[in-house]
Design a protein around this ligand. Sequence first.
Ligand code: 13P
Length: 255
Amino acid sequence: MRTPMIAGNWKMNNGFAETRELIGELNRKFSCKIKVSIAIFPSFPYLYESSRLLDGKAIRLGAQNLHWETKGAFTGEVSSMMLRDVGCEYVIVGHSERRHIFKESDEQILLKLKAALQAGLHPILCVGETLAEREKGSMEQVVRAQLKGLSELTPEEITNLVLAYEPVWAIGTGKTASPEAAQNMHAFIRRWIRKQFGNYLSDKMIILYGGSVKPENIRELMDRPDIDGALVGGASLNADSFSAIIQGACETVKE
Ligand code: 13P
């Protein structure tokens, strides 16, 4: 069975004081082993301190981006090795904000995926359609194109990957995809993985949903068979709402 995951993408939020406070509260609330894995994704400057605060605790650490080269003249960039060095286990790759605001291409995203995997990080690859693409009915085509690069990865690399379906129109808008619409896309993604890599890897693949996840909607989303957790933005910035999402997720886990 798949262990569900709740991931908090803090985006460009939280300074030193908030980072310390939020991690302190989460550590207190989730000090023992629980039924879902939890990871947080602070901004680069706070990763080291976060890693120190999370040392020996249940919550894992990840970064929001990386560069595909390991080192060199790439002013302003951060490599997979550096992320490993400061204690990251995960890294988000291909978030829609990176694709749309920073114009990252599928080719660049594939280079980042490969660099992350090479360094022993677990990348969380984000895919998802815009509102215009959904209205045109081309969401499967869009997501298929975003997944295409995965066919260059080995089965072993695929086992270290996490996927996140984040419809762009649901991010930060308060509009969640209906559990049924999300389930349909998750099932589509799992079928694509099955076709490329077979039953074993598709059954193991963790596919998170992201886009206006809140304590009120986590249960109905996670009750669907192909939704294995959530990549949470806004609601992960507050210890109470993030904890309520984690608790809601735990309640959907069958013994
Ligand atoms: P919101 O939960 O704020 O909609 O953000 C989702 C997201 O982009 C997570 O990566």
